[in-house]
Design a protein around this ligand. Structure first.
Ligand code: SF4
Length: 696
């Protein structure tokens, strides 16, 4: 008899709850979970078709071994793959030390898989070269929130949408990238809420805007400082909130004189009147939510612009209150869980830092390690990790649930690194991907619907998903493979978890007393009470939203207003590379299409890559829709058919990120994108680089 089991969408950070009907073997139907606070029963086309990604020809069902790059892999029993992986890691560990081993994890893994892999790397192998695709996704927002608020967690929750009277989107095309959240916002707009969208393209989000600011790529911080100045000059500051709950106003106040309206308009490529119209909404609406995502995060000033967004809310006291506050939308379903467990190269569980002696000592106590076990040097972030592989310093790379050979910037460099790497272990649910061709060891992973585990979504709500169907062949949950290889290497004590629940319990305990405290959560409670927001300390009632009392988890209890000047991009258009390339998602595909590329309905809706270009630029280059072009930067060249379209600003071209080498050679914009990084978060500036476009 069919039963309905609660699970989660594996795609974006909205974190929609799903109910999957199953007869125990097959998935019969998927629908949105009406009780889940993230979606209240809604689903977008991707979430609604996720069952079609499970039993497909491209599932990796068995472990495989390959002798070297370019050779065909052979199917082997799981034990043989575990032995080869463990022996390879041990050989490199003995001959080159822990610094020659690296992990590249994913915001699509369960919190339990992220935790066990992080623990294995940092506590037992003693390498901090453990980073993740969060570095490409929202490292800047996380760093910005931690610097401004003391915690990598937004003040806002989804329920604030129905309470807000205005929305400001900057660097976010939520209508396509976070569609269920935007559906809720659109309902508010239909009822009279106003909306400002700053984006170089007139996206579907911008189509719903009261004011659209077609901002020049890379100038968001200038606009944000300009808006802050308008708020100050019109006397709209909340002096009491600034005095009681923040520090740093004097420094911020001092830089605002450098951002008069005419300068801001000129640098951002905007009309002064449009900025003033936007400011009328942004400055005067008490219940305003500001959403941001990759347009801000994937830039050289991602952290500083995140600080500047939070400044707008702190300085006006519109934070920690119903219907008001800054809200970072996230790209992946569980990048938040990943950062909670410390799966980036500078982090430890509980939003701790490897650079802090106290934080290392805390985690050594939790993990039962000798003092001094955890290495104090910050490991390589994603970009520098591949640089170190390319230089031959890192010799073993274990990739779990990600496809860096398609998603990293400057792909020629990534391919060069992967070809040289002595041992590449790739753990994935799908084969082939752009990355699997570099693997010496391939480990088959279960997908969401085939395992239990937790995810933490954009509003920092933790949901338990239950197993719906068994995984195929030898596929296993990601945590299981990590445990088996750790045990094969002799790390039994501390790594011999028997279930994902045991892993969650240890992780939750490790967060006690931290800003992201989840020590009051456990599987039984999540089953009985449903998804829960953090902080949720043991023996305490959960809050409805964070920072309601104006007390922040900083050393002084006050939030910080940061004075951040523009960072001018090193790479500006010139005669050789006269246009700016920006990248992004489309509604019906996701990341590198390992899943959505298997779904007929989604491929019918968004079938192929393209280069969007303004008709004026197309005319100058003699291009028409459908013409094949090359898009070249200082690093490499991508190819795509042209789509002429006046919704993009002149001088800017756009290419979606989803189509890659398996689709066609040079189909990815990452052949050309920049691996320059934000100086604080080390997130690459994927959103903006100088290119030339030429007809093939
Ligand atoms: Fe999944 Fe995001 Fe769509 Fe929700 S909005 S169903 S989480 S892809």
């Amino acid at each position: 008899m069919a039963k309905e089991i609660p699970t989660l969408c594996p795609y974006c950070g909205v974190g929609c709850g799903l109910l999957a009907s199953t007869d125990g073997e097959r998935i019969l139907r998927i629908r949105g979970d009406p009780k889940h606070p993230a979606n209240l029963g809604r689903v977008c086309p991707k979430g609604g078709t996720v069952a079609a990604t499970v039993n497909v020809a491209t599932r990796l069902r068995h472990a495989m071994l390959r002798d070297g790059f370019g050779k065909a892999p052979s199917v082997v029993p799981p034990g043989a793959a575990i032995r080869v992986a463990a022996e390879g890691i041990d050989r490199i560990l003995q001959s080159h030390g822990p610094g020659a081993i690296a992990f590249y994890l994913s915001g699509q893994l369960t919190t339990e898989a992220q935790y066990i892999a992080t623990k294995f790397a940092k506590a037992y192998l003693r390498t901090n070269h453990c980073d993740s695709n969060s570095r490409l996704c929202m490292a800047s927002a996380g760093a910005g929130m931690k610097l401004s608020l003391g915690s990598d967690g937004p003040p806002t929750v989804y329920a604030d949408i129905e309470l807000a009277d205005a929305f400001f989107f900057i660097g976010s095309n939520a209508a396509e990238c976070h569609p269920v959240t935007f559906e809720r916002i659109r309902k508010r707009i239909d009822k009279g809420a106003r909306c400002v969208v700053a984006d170089p393209r007139r996206t579907p989000t911008a189509e719903s805007a009261t004011v659209h600011l077609p901002i020049r790529p890379g100038t968001d911080l200038t606009l944000l400082n300009g808006l802050m100045r308008i708020i100050r000059d019109r006397g709209l500051l909340d002096a009491r909130y600034i005095e009681q709950h923040t520090e740093g106003w004097e420094q911020l106040d001092a830089i605002l004189d450098d951002y008069p309206l005419n300068v801001v308009a000129q640098r951002c490529g905007l009309e002064e009147a449009d900025i003033l119209s936007a400011a009328e909404i942004i400055a005067y609406t008490p219940k305003l939510i500001t959403f941001w995502t990759m347009g801000i995060n994937q830039s050289l000033q991602g952290t500083f612009a995140s600080n500047a967004i939070i400044n707008l809310h702190l300085a006006t006291g519109r934070i920690g209150k119903p219907g008001a506050g800054p809200f970072s939308l996230t790209g992946q379903p569980n990048a938040m869980g990943g950062r909670d467990v410390g799966y980036m190269s500078h982090m430890l569980p509980g939003q701790r830092s490897v650079a802090s002696e106290k934080d290392r000592a805390d985690m050594e106590a939790v993990w039962g390690l000798k003092p001094g076990t955890i290495v104090s040097e910050v490991g390589h972030d994603a970009v520098r990790m591949f640089d170190a592989i390319d230089r031959g310093e890192i010799k073993a790379l274990w990739v779990i649930g990600s496809n860096p050979a398609a998603s990293m910037p400057n792909l020629p460099r990534i391919r060069s690194a992967l070809e040289k790497c002595e041992l590449v272990i790739v753990q994935d649910a799908y084969y082939p991907t752009e990355t699997t061709k570099y693997a010496h060891v391939l480990l088959p992973a279960a997908v969401n619907l085939e395992q239990e585990g937790t995810y933490c979504n954009s509003e920092r709500r933790v949901t338990l998903m239950e197993q719906v169907v068994p995984p195929p062949g030898d596929a296993k949950p990601d945590w299981w493979w990590v445990r088996e290889i750790a045990v094969a290497l002799g790390f039994r004590k501390g790594m011999q978890f028997e279930s994902s629940e045991q892993i969650f319990d240890e992780f939750a305990r490790s967060t006690a007393g931290r800003p992201n405290d989840q020590s009051g959560m456990h599987y039984k409670m999540l089953r009985e009470l449903g998804p829960q927001l953090w902080p949720h300390p043991s023996m305490a009632r959960a809050n409805d939203r964070r920072y309601v009392d104006g007390i922040y988890p900083t050393a002084t209890g006050k939030a910080r207003l940061w004075a951040r000047h523009d960072i001018s991009p090193d790479e500006k258009p010139n005669a050789d590379f006269p246009m700016l390339l920006t990248t992004g998602r489309v509604l019906n595909q996701w990341h590198t299409r390992t899943k959505t590329g298997q779904v007929e309905q989604l491929n019918a809706l968004d079938p192929a890559p393209y280069l969007q270009i303004h008709p004026q630029d197309a005319d100058e280059l003699g291009l028409s829709t459908g013409d094949e072009v090359t898009i070249s930067s200082r690093r490499g060249t991508a190819r795509a058919p042209v789509l002429t379209d006046d919704t993009i600003s002149p001088g800017v071209v756009f290419m979606p990120i989803h189509w890659n080498e398996l689709w066609a050679q040079a189909a990815s914009p990452n052949e050309a994108t920049s691996d320059q990084t934000d100086p604080v978060s080390f997130q690459p500036a994927l959103k903006c680089c100088a290119v030339k476009v030429a007809k093939v």
